[in-house]
Design a protein around this ligand. Structure first.
Ligand code: MIG
Length: 691
């Protein structure tokens, strides 16, 4: 049951696509403290879920968060906002309800920061949509209250993006692969080490002077040839696209956009000039329908060269400087020349240049011409990345109606989940960032972002072999499984390490579990469900499960408990019920053991991945392979924990077309203890995996 309130005259974000009841008068649960301020008294035991891409826990209590998309590479405990604006919260206590603010500007969520028992929400202005989601359906439908609230919310915002099947393979990325030889080296490095690989990502280095939709011809003399060569060996090249367009006469994308007035404008109505990778840049005004169509069609340039996947970066938008601000900085700097730089003066001096990158003042300097009129960027800030990716997503449906294209973005806002996935930005090779990755996943899933994952191994700083191994052991389960690192850091391709063979075994588990991972992913998308859940969503009556933030449910059959501490030989695991523990060392070395409900110390060696299968649940697996294309999805094996009887609804398709709802995609598998497996559907063979 969803009630939608319209406060003032909100900007049409096109986020809500589903049905709701129009509310009038009093807003339930929340106390209105002013026109754009709300509060809610939190009981001691209340848990607050949501906010998608953010720091801290699955339970968001005890900090103040802000929705204002930011290119912030410091993912620390004191960070308030990252690259996304995901304004959805669930309160789980005596009262259980969800709230969603459909609003593109800045919002503050003070969740017990100023007052530990108070939730306070404040919006920057008075025009917004507010949706309140109650629950009682769970009493009859078999879902927990939290699952029910999430499902209702997700129905309100529309079906999550489903990438092509190959996008569920393992990918290698790095800022700093400079040319064709580098790319071939990576693919070869993996092949020689016998490690699976489905994509090599191309960072800004592939472009000609950081110009979108160009390829550096010196570095890539035959780009289309390379793309096709790589694809023959099962590897997709996935190039990056940045938000900003280089100002340069003769550059067709710039000239076309300038001639048609497709760029954001400054106060005087001229093209707004900012600074980014290519130097002076303009920003495509993707909040305008026509511009969106134009920008989206540009992806065709690369699609025509055989490209089938993209990542969209810098679309908060990230701005290094504005021309106006830069001039001011130079002017002020000059004044310091003859100053005595004492404490205060030196501070001011440092700040001038130190605060130049992504200074929030830039967002007050330019305008959009949207279908609902001219808007100052700051008021609609959180919609920029969303619409840049939407431009691509909409174009793909037109350009490739029968062919899914991979797309994920750095910046996002709820609504964008229909068009693409996200990666979680510039983390570091820190153990605490592995834990943060685990906590962020279910929060993102609640908000509709299913195709998501972090830079495995860490983007910034030097990684270590053990961190990479532990992170990959978690990454095996995240829909986006990509190893990515920054230029200037230690190389972290799996084959670079002495333990390459063991790292390869961990990655191979991904390919073995692929039938399950793909099936659970698509079912979550089709059913408005989460792919990764907190334990509390599945075991709502279990008080201890409520506090577990370092274990997750993955799909309907698996619980994971990754190791996230250096030099740990294992960890404590909480089992809300008796489960089958699977200990994986390599495709040929797997053991199982029944573990009883309760707390256990489980040894988990660096080379191992341990996961748990729920009682009377099944996990369809493959016999492995070195890329998704090689996986035999027709002859499957089942890992199961059948105590009496288990059923599993398997989803599978050709991996490319968009006929998701076709009943032929489903196979119903039934397993009764001691009996042969039976199934209805089109699979060739399905057998128990004996181990
Ligand atoms: O400011 O394109 O998050 O993944 O490697 C850095 C270079 C710009 C930020 C992205 C990162 C990417 C990097 N980009």
């Amino acid at each position: 049951m969803i009630t939608g309130f319209q406060c003032g005259s909100p900007f049409n974000t096109e986020t809500v696509t589903g049905k709701f009841r129009r509310g009038e008068g009093k807003i339930p649960y929340l106390k209105k403290e002013g026109r754009a301020k709300f509060s809610y008294r939190l009981e001691k035991e209340d848990v607050v879920y949501g906010l998608g891409e953010n720091v801290r826990g699955i339970n968001k209590r005890g900090w103040i968060y802000e929705s204002f998309n930011t290119d912030n590479c410091y993912h620390r405990e004191d960070t308030k906002s990252l690259y996304g604006a995901h304004n959805f919260l669930i309160i789980d206590g005596k009262e259980q309800f969800g709230i969603f603010f459909d609003y593109p500007g800045r919002i503050t969520f003070d969740i017990g920061y100023s007052d530990p028992d108070l939730l306070k929400i404040e919006l920057q202005d008075e025009d917004f949509g507010l949706y309140v989601i109650g629950t009682d359906a769970h009493k009859t439908c078999g879902y927990s209250a939290m699952e029910d609230i999430v499902r209702q919310f997700r129905r309100l915002i529309g079906r999550s993006y489903i990438p092509p099947k190959w996008a569920f393979g393992y990918g290698q990325s790095r800022w700093g692969y400079l040319n064709e030889a580098d790319v071939r080296d990576v693919a070869e490095g993996y092949r020689n080490a016998g490690i699976g690989l489905d994509m090599v990502y191309l960072d800004i280095d592939y472009m000609e002077r950081y110009k979108d939709f160009t390829v550096n011809r010196e570095a890539y003399p035959d780009f289309a040839g390379l793309v096709s060569d790589m694809k023959k060996s099962g590897v997709h090249l996935v190039p990056i696209i940045d938000a900003a367009i280089k100002v340069e006469s003769g550059y067709d994308v710039y000239e076309e956009g300038a001639a048609n007035d497709y760029f954001c404008k400054d106060e005087e109505g001229n093209d707004y000039i900012a600074g980014a990778w290519p130097g002076r840049v303009v920003l495509p005004d993707v909040l305008n329908d026509k511009v969106r169509r134009w920008f989206g069609q540009k992806y065709k340039i690369l699609i025509d060269m055989g490209i089938e996947g993209f990542w969209n970066d810098m679309n908060e938008p990230s701005i290094f400087f504005s021309e106006k601000y830069l001039a001011e900085v130079f002017r002020k700097l000059d004044k310091f020349r003859d100053e005595n730089l004492d404490l205060e003066k030196f501070g001011e001096f440092g700040e001038l240049v130190g605060k130049i990158s992504n200074n929030p003042v830039y967002y007050k300097e330019f305008y959009h011409r949207t279908d609902s009129g001219v808007c100052l960027h700051e008021q609609v800030h959180n919609l920029y990345g969303y619409n840049l990716t939407r431009a691509a997503g909409e174009a793909f449906e037109e350009l490739c109606p029968n062919h899914r294209i991979l797309i994920f973005s750095r910046s996002s806002c709820i609504g964008m989940h229909r068009y693409g996935g996200i990666w979680t930005g510039d983390n570091q090779s820190f153990w605490e960032h592995l834990l943060m990755n685990m906590k962020m996943m279910p929060s993102l899933n609640m908000c509709g972002f299913l195709y998501t994952g972090a830079d495995l191994g860490g983007f910034g700083s030097d990684t270590t072999q053990d961190l990479l191994m532990r992170w990959l052991a978690f990454g095996v389960f995240t829909p986006l499984m990509r190893n990515h690192s920054s230029i200037g850091t230690r190389r972290q391709e799996a084959y670079q390490f002495p333990g390459a063979a063991e790292i390869g075994n961990i990655i191979q588990l991904r390919y073995i579990l692929l039938p399950y991972i793909y099936s659970e992913y698509v079912k979550a998308a089709l059913g408005d469900d989460m792919y990764m859940k907190p334990l509390a969503f599945v075991y709502p009556e279990d008080d201890f499960a409520k506090e577990v933030e370092d274990q997750l449910m993955v799909g309907e059959s698996i619980m994971i408990a990754p190791v996230y501490r250096q030099n740990a030989g294992g960890r404590y695991v909480y089992l809300p019920e008796r489960m089958l523990m699977v200990r994986y060392q390599s495709p040929k070395q797997m053991q199982k053991e029944i573990v009883e409900k309760g707390h256990h110390y489980v040894e988990i060696g660096l080379k191992e991945v341990v996961f748990f299968i729920l009682p009377d649940h099944l996990v369809p697996i493959s016999s492995g392979g070195s890329c998704v294309e090689q996986i035999d999805f027709e002859n499957l094996r089942i890992m199961g924990f059948v105590e009496t009887y288990a059923e599993y609804k398997l989803y599978d398709d050709d991996g490319y077309t968009r006929d998701y709802d076709n009943p032929r995609c489903f196979t119903q598998i039934r397993a009764a203890k001691g009996k042969k497996l039976v199934w209805e559907g089109e699979k060739n063979s399905i057998e128990y995996f004996e181990f």
